[in-house]
Ligand binder design. Structure first.
Ligand SMILES: [Zn+2]
Ligand SMILES: [Zn+2]
Length: 134
């Protein structure tokens, strides 16, 4: 599986947290707010993995607002999830491009967008070769 080096689209700081390992790799650390509750959550940085550490105060299907832990800027994008209609969350990739994930807990919708087609094809080739191997 490919690891995504996610960073904040505002301050460009890496969101990967070496202290919180998920799936054997540093996880993406984000701040969240949900119906008055605030905290930190951790998402696997592996493309295609949905492993995460989210506090149990967040219920399945709750919609979260996510923030950068470094500059506190909102990571919410203008795009809506076409599966469940929640707002998408936008993060940059250090390699160029961006990833958007659905802000609803339990919804697995995500979009990967690259700036140049070559990187995109390479990434998808890697994903496919992993599928075939596995
Ligand atoms: Zn930031
Ligand atoms: Zn969704």
């Amino acid at each position: 599986m490919i690891q995504l080096n996610v960073e904040c689209p505002h301050c460009k700081h890496s969101l990967l947290d070496e202290k919180h390992i998920i799936d054997g790799h540093p996880s993406a650390c984000l701040l969240f707010e949900c119906e008055g509750k605030k905290g930190e959550l951790y998402l696997s940085s592996l493309y295609g993995s949905h492993t995460s550490k989210i506090p149990s105060s967040v219920s399945e299907e709750d919609v979260l607002t996510l923030f950068c832990p470094w500059c506190n800027a909102s990571l919410m994008s203008n795009r809506m999830c076409n599966k469940c209609n929640a707002q998408m969350v936008l993060m940059n990739l250090a390699e160029g491009g961006k990833i958007q994930i659905c802000s609803r807990k339990g919804c697995k919708k995500h979009l990967l967008e690259f700036e140049d087609l070559e990187t995109e094809l390479k990434a998808f080739y890697n994903v496919y070769s992993t599928f075939f191997k596995g």
